[in-house]
Design a binder for this molecule. Sequence first.
Ligand code: ADP
Ligand code: ASP
Ligand code: MG
Length: 403
Amino acid sequence: MKIIVLKFGGTSVGSIQRISKVANIIKSYSKKYKVIVLASAMSGTTNKLINMSQKISKNFPDHEYDTLVSAGEQISCSLLSGQLLTKGLKSRSLMAWQIPILTEGKHKYSRIKYINKTKILKFLNSGTIPIIAGFQGVNKNFNITTIGRGGSDSSAIMFAKFFKAERCVIYTDVEGVYTTDPNKLNSANKIKNISYEEMLEMASLGSKVMQPHSIQDARLNRIDVEVKSSFVKKPGTLITKRKNIINNKIITGISSTDNDAKVTLLGVKDRPGIAASIFKPLSQNSINVDMVVQNISSDGNETDLTFTIKSYDLTKTKKIIKNNKNIIFKKMIFDKNVSKVSIIGVGMVTTPGVTFRMFQALANKNINIQVISTSEIKISVLIKRANVIKAIKSLHKEFNLEK
Ligand code: ADP
Ligand code: ASP
Ligand code: MG
């Protein structure tokens, strides 16, 4: 029998009733496959644990954060395994240290490097279904690590890689990957097939249906990923190689973010190296600068510099800039009520006029564009957060993504 990896997200294991439904799905696969299951924590659990740590300290240590938040998956895995036993199947829950799943990198943001197959193969060969905790690993010192929010997607894809699974199926609370978040826009359309490249852009630009790192891993290892609903039995979305896809659309999807902040430094001395002197201390403090725009100074002496960061990094950013005597500017302004809206599609590589159409569609709705950034297959604009839904709606229509 071939191996299949199934991953169930938080909502899919969000209650005892849901866990029972998931056990039925696993049971149906177990007739045809050796099944490896990855589970997330029950929905809301991880957030609850993080909130508790924040009440203790805003600087809760990262290694304790990992020990704390990885606990959520222990609960869902044991419940799911117990549920399978009641349905007459053999099953065991497994935490990362029991396998082990080895990670590298910093706490909170580790990456899976190696999975020891011995124990799991023994289970599979004896007809036992392993229910494995997603999101967690151990480092070389056997300390517990986690791999970033939404990381169970990555766990599943790495299991598919190490066990050369025939397929990796991501079960979630929507029917697949849509042209835009179906919980934000009713007319969003389910996408049948999407390339790794487009999915990676969508995920990185705010479509939380898949964790970005997981798509990088899938692409690197050429693993086909199916995204589907654990609530209704309907075909989902296949994330696959570009050459497997026939698509006549210019734009495949639209993403948006809801945790960006904009920082503007007015009256910055316009001399070589100034941007580097501002961004170096930010990068040294692990603050990711995303969009950047610098105005041309009219007198050659001073300029204005605008950039975006994640809103949770704003306090730290303000402090770093204020305390750095090498950064000379007149005034600093912030805006937390901004969002990035992006259109994504490999079709734009060969189609001229996409930028114009995007900007015109937004202008027609009176939406002001504050910052722009582009890559080969995406265009992003920063706008007022209050305008996000209006912007998505108009772009969805402009690029014929409607149902
Ligand atoms: P899980 O707990 O199963 O991992 P997530 O909450 O991480 O689920 O991801 C599923 C959610 O992603 C959906 O409920 C939906 O609101 C959101 N989402 C955002 N963009 C998209 C998109 N383009 N297609 C589908 N879902 C999307
Ligand atoms: N439970 C983790 C989180 O909420 C991992 C996951 O859901 O994939 O981020
Ligand atoms: Mg998720």
